[in-house]
Ligand binder design. Structure first.
Ligand SMILES: [Zn+2]
Ligand SMILES: [Zn+2]
Length: 681
């Protein structure tokens, strides 16, 4: 069969290397055969496992295959490998003394592994013969069914499904020739000479094989390969063979080394088993989570972030990848306007995707950026399907992790950080929905801030002087829309000229905490640019394509920053509903431990945070420590409480100025907890 036209085989390599390897192999083989024959062939006893039957044989002459033939023709036909004194052994390798012998067929792990391992040699032979590839690491068995071989080809072979018939033809030829697997032992120098034309094998001999270790070399047909063995008797056992996939790999798995071609294959002793296997993988494909996920509209993957998945907006929030190809940031404008604030990294990506997303045909290093914002990723979510006006507004919320490369001098506790989570959302809506959506966001912000006891001011930040994208007309319209929405909201607001984002105007919300300090947390930004840059559209009632408007919104802003603000705002005393230490049970002494545990369990099951102090310290010390921690409720239990099923409540000084409460039943305590929680107290 002719080699693929685009990938001529390296005839020069083949015509010089193959005859040389065979000549060296045959010379050493003849020498070793002579040695073998000169050794005494005295009788030995071979104990067959597992039955314990003893067979007679001759040292340095009788092979496991001879014994298999004695037992039955059927066994000889199916025997793939043996173990001699529990060491795996070629069927054709002479026995060396009295020993135990076990014979394995394809129905055993040992037989199957040897079969697939040997098939990889045949695959290697075909890669060498059909393309003149230099064989690298291999042959290898995969962790499940099958095997692979890594090969190097000058230039980029880009092996793919189209090459499989040619490779399979090479395998078929080797199988027809019933090539025996023959074994010799060589010195390190002999191995280096034999493989001198293949730098990969030379590297293996030099780096991986110790000086004193005996090196074995096997031959099947034209292929002479380094291998510890053992193998099946000959290539004709491999009646059914198929290439499964091709991908790119690196020599030694290192990206700075040569790029290699990896071909995966599967083989069986008969066609029926191969058919069954292929059918079972077809079947498995039908239930592939990628396919089901797509059908059920649960998640998707985009070429800008291979290996990271997006969760669609079913359920509460979406999840989007953390890093994206810089191509995404070029589209969004971040590469041009925001790159100095981004962490970038080089990522190996598939230069060419095969039918299934994770099959790689060649690999490139490309620049990626950790996301500083969720917006562009959410544009991909919107873009992933055809959207109808009926779906709008689509509100995509994502508590994604963001990274921004702040100057190290600018870092400050949790308020100025490099890694943070935003309670981020993007609303995609029609132009005539903007007013209502902006009002909705303002109401939401108002609702949340009232709970925290924040007051806030509203500012409209308009187009920046220099760094902005898009045309003036669009900017003016966006600014007008926000002005209108602010007026409708009915609270006072001011203009903050030139402080908008580069992609659109925004409403800044400045909160004041209990100490009258001002912070900017929430944002509400209108964006006509990103939908245009990502060419987003939806189908209108008239079946036309229309561009949606995008609203960026965050209520807490950076969760880290809000946490810091709240901690200071509450002066370290969390309200009960938000407290990380809501209650603690302190027992007067060890005698009331079991009652204390019972109280803790009851509160825990009502889903409140509760600790227990069972130490043998005085109750005064326990209460003082719990106040310092601080816990909102300190529940003291002793004899009286254990008898009446109550707790005595000591409060951390609370805003109402209450100190201690009278004894309470657990039920009334839980009622109080519930009241505080639902009222955000
Ligand atoms: Zn091998
Ligand atoms: Zn955004």
């Amino acid at each position: 069969m002719a080699a693929n036209n685009h990938h001529p085989k390296d005839e020069a390599y083949l015509s010089s290397v193959i005859p040389k390897r065979i000549r060296l192999f045959e010379e050493i083989q003849a020498e070793q055969l002579e040695q073998l024959q000169s050794r005494p062939h005295d009788p030995i006893k071979i104990t067959l496992l597992p039955d314990g039957i003893v067979k007679e044989g001759k040292r340095w002459e009788t092979t496991p295959m001879d014994i298999a033939v004695q037992i039955s023709k059927g066994l000889a036909k199916s025997a793939l490998v043996s173990s001699v004194d529990h060491v795996l052994w070629d069927m054709n390798r002479p026995l060396e003394g009295d020993c135990s012998l076990e014979i394995f067929g394809f129905d055993s792990d040992q037989g199957r592994d040897t079969f697939w391992h040997s098939s990889a040699h045949i695959l290697g032979q075909a890669l060498e013969q059909q393309y003149g590839c230099k064989l690298c690491i291999g042959p290898c068995k995969t962790t499940d069914e099958g095997f692979y071989y890594d090969a190097f080809y000058y230039g980029n072979l880009g092996l793919n499904d189209d090459h499989f018939p040619n490779i399979e033809a090479g395998v078929a030829k080797a199988v027809r020739e019933r090539q025996p697997f023959e074994r010799i032992q060589v010195t390190k120098d002999q191995a280096l000479e034999m493989f001198s034309d293949n730098k990969f094998k030379v590297e293996i001999v030099n780096d991986d094989l110790a000086e004193e270790e005996s090196i074995t070399v096997y031959r099947c047909g034209s292929l002479v390969d380094l291998c510890p063995g053992p193998h099946i008797p000959n290539t004709s056992f491999v009646k059914a063979f198929k290439c499964l996939k091709a991908s790119a790999s690196y020599w030694r798995g290192k990206s700075d080394r040569e790029s290699l071609q990896r071909v995966y294959g599967i083989s069986y002793p008969d066609n029926k088993q191969l058919k069954d296997y292929l059918k079972s993988i077809e079947e498995a494909k039908k239930y592939d989570h990628r396919l089901l996920g797509k059908q059920q509209d649960l998640f998707f993957c985009h070429e800008f972030s291979p290996g990271s998945w997006f969760f669609h907006e079913h359920g509460a929030i979406v999840m989007s990848p953390n890093m994206f190809n810089m191509k995404l940031w070029e589209t969004s404008g971040h590469a041009q306007n925001y790159k100095k604030n981004m962490f970038t990294l080089d990522v190996r990506v598939h230069a060419k995707l095969n039918s299934l997303l994770d099959f790689v045909t060649s690999i490139d290093e490309q620049e990626f950026g950790l996301k500083p914002m969720n917006c562009p990723g959410h544009c991909l979510v919107f873009q992933d399907k055809v959207r109808s006006y009926k779906e709008l507004p689509i509100r995509i919320a994502d508590f994604g992790v963001l990274h921004r490369n702040e100057e190290s001098g600018a870092l400050s506790g949790m308020t100025r950080v490099r890694r943070f989570v935003q309670d981020d959302a993007h609303i995609f809506c029609k132009v005539d929905q903007v007013g209502e959506e902006v009002k909705g966001v303002l109401d939401f912000i108002d609702y949340v801030y009232k709970i925290f006891g924040f007051t806030y001011e509203l500012k409209l930040s308009t187009r920046p002087e220099k760094k902005y994208i898009g045309d003036l007309e669009t900017w003016d319209k966006a600014e007008k829309d926000l002005e209108k929405a602010l007026d409708n909201f009915g609270k006072p607001w001011v203009i903050n000229k030139g402080d908008g984002a580069f992609y659109g105007p925004k409403i800044d919300i400045t909160v004041s905490d209990a100490m009258k300090r001002k912070f900017q947390c929430a944002t509400l930004q209108l964006d006509f640019q990103l939908p245009a840059r990502f060419k987003l559209d939806y189908i209108t009632e008239k079946n036309e394509k229309e561009r949606p408007v995008m609203i960026h919104r965050a209520v807490l802003g950076s969760v880290e920053r809000m946490f810091a603000i709240l901690l200071e705002h509450y002066k370290g005393i969390w309200p009960f509903w938000l407290s990380p230490r809501q209650a603690i049970v302190c027992s007067l002494s060890e005698d009331y431990s079991s009652y204390a545990k019972q109280v803790q369990k009851q509160i825990h099951e009502a889903r409140y945070y509760v600790d227990i102090d069972e130490s043998d310290r005085s109750i005064c010390k326990k209460v003082a420590d719990a106040r310092a921690a601080p816990y909102n409720y300190i529940l003291v239990v002793g004899h009286k409480e254990a008898t009446t099923g109550q707790v005595t409540v000591r409060l951390r000084e609370d805003p109402a100025g209450r100190k201690d409460l009278p004894e309470m039943s657990i039920d009334s305590l839980l009622d109080e907890f519930k009241f505080k929680t639902v009222n955000f107290l």
